[in-house]
Structure formats: C-alpha cells, structure tokens
Ligand binder design. Structure first.
Ligand code: SF4
Length: 278
C-alpha cells in the first residue's frame, strides 16, 4: 500500500500556472495510488514536449524517449515483460506528427499499452507553433495568417487503425480522468485516451472555459462496441459539440497475448545461420 507522497520526486513541476498538465498529472497519480501502480509493476514512457516532464515529477520507473519515439520504446518494454503496466505520455505533436507512423501501427497491432495524449493543440515546449490538432485558421508563430490545414482527428485515427479502447476526457475533470485512466489500463489491448488539455500560455482558443462550455458526456444510448457509431461520434467536434467518454471498446486479443510473442522471445541458436554468411 502506498500513497501520493510515495510518488513525489525532488523536482517541483515547472509547468506554467494554469497548465492542463497539472490536473492530468493529479489524475494519473490518483489512479496510481488507487490501483497500486508502483515500481514493481508499472513503467512510464514519455515523448518530447511539456508533457514529457511528467516523468520527472512522478516517482515511478520511466523513460523519456526521442521526439515522436515514445511508442516504439513502450512497445519494446511491453514485449520484453508483458506483465508490466506500460503508460505512454505523449503530446499532439509528438504522437501525431513526429510519431504519427508509430501511432498508426501501434494501434493496428493492438499492443497492450495505455496511451495518454496530452492534446493542447499547439507545440508548447518550442513556444507555440501550430500542431496537427490546431484548428483551421489558428494563428500562431508558425501560421501568423491562420492555419490553412484541417486538424487531424486522433480518435478517428485510433478507431480506424485498430485500437480497441478509445476515449476522450477533459483534463480539468480530475475524478473523471482518474476513472478513464483506470479503465484504459484495465482494458487488454491498445487503450487510447485523448485528453483535452489547455495550454494556458500559447493556445488562447482551447481554454478551460472553452472546454467547460462545449464538452458533453456521451449518453448510455451510444453503442461503444459498434465501430461505425464510434467513428461517427469521433467526428463530432464543434461549439457545444465535443463528446467525452468511452467512444469504442471491444474485446480482441492483444499483440502480447498471441502465440507469436512466445515464439519470438524463445532463444534460438543462430550459429548455423551466421556461418552461411562468413
Ligand atoms: Fe503548459 Fe503551455 Fe506552459 Fe507548456 S507552455 S507548461 S503546455 S501552459
């Protein structure tokens, strides 16, 4: 049994006051205490971005990867030890731009990981450039006349690519986010949570007020096992029209549970093979 103080490191968070990383961090730690995620059973992997600092402020075994490369690292850890809870913290740039190819194929293979997307719609660590989830027309240092591109929809991509648990929550709802993170971890297979997270300093559109005014929770009439319904729901995003909750969840064997993994991790004598090429 451990408590929140056991997760405290000697580093104080250097996120800006009001940053959405704070409640997300709080929700994860609450979930860790409630579920007993400690150094004997859990590993954190982060990419590069303001979100990545979370591994410095949370006293659990962790690895901060190169930009966009959190998922291959997490995949390797999970394959090496399928008994671990492996949590991936990634940003909208890290996951959908630099790491976009990894995201698609990690979903496709249904790896048994929990991906937590810190989605603030901006490259924040590099001081405010347009990211893959910035809205069309969004003005930033990189698009001073307004973003000409349509934003990517991370939920639709995850559902299409093969993730078997797809959800969205607003970072400001710590209790709700704690529950979603717990459910995502309990799910066997690729669990993806898009977390709407204000960047107080650089994104003046996706504020706490914006999300509070425009988000709503998916009702019980939504069939979360119906892929088409989930996809249709994922495409909703607008004024008074941002759904939160579990969009999609189905049972399907994870990559790590398939016999292929046992075969591939069995040591083999490759001496004869090497001799052919000497
Ligand atoms: Fe948070 Fe934005 Fe500050 Fe980064 S720049 S710490 S995302 S508020």
């Amino acid at each position: 049994m451990f408590n929140l103080s056991d997760l405290t490191t000697s580093y104080s968070p250097n996120w800006c006051p009001g940053c959405g990383n704070f409640p997300l961090w709080a929700a994860f730690k609450d979930a860790a205490v409630q579920n007993g995620w400690d150094n004997t059973n859990s590993v954190l992997v982060a990419g590069i971005g303001c979100h990545g600092h979370i591994v410095n402020f949370t006293k659990l075994t962790s690895f901060e990867g190169l930009h966009g490369r959190a998922l291959p690292i997490a995949t390797g850890i999970k394959i090496a030890n399928p008994n671990l809870n492996v949590f991936v913290f990634t940003g909208d740039g890290d996951c959908l731009a630099e790491g976009g190819n990894h995201f698609i194929h990690t979903c496709r293979r249904n790896h048994d990981l929990t991906i937590l997307l810190h989605d603030n719609g901006v490259y924040a660590l590099t001081t405010g450039q347009t990211s893959p989830t910035s809205p069309k027309g969004y003005k930033s240092k990189s698009t001073p006349e307004g973003n000409v591109d349509e934003p990517l929809n991370p939920l639709a991509i995850a559902i299409t690519a093969g993730a078997t648990f797809v959800a969205r929550e607003y970072a400001g709802n710590i209790k709700g986010l704690t529950e979603i993170i717990t459910k995502a971890n309990e799910h066997e297979g690729l669990a993806f949570v898009d977390i709407l997270q204000p960047c107080f300093t650089f994104n003046k559109e996706f504020t706490h007020e914006f999300f509070r005014e425009n988000c709503y929770y998916i009702g019980p009439d939504h069939d979360g096992t119906n892929r088409q319904s989930a996809y249709t729901k994922a495409l909703e995003f607008g004024i008074k029209q941002i759904p939160l909750g579990i969009f999609y969840q189905v049972d399907k064997p994870s990559y790590e549970s398939r016999p292929l993994i046992e075969h591939s991790t069995t040591p083999k004598n490759l001496e004869d093979l090497f001799k052919k090429y000497i």
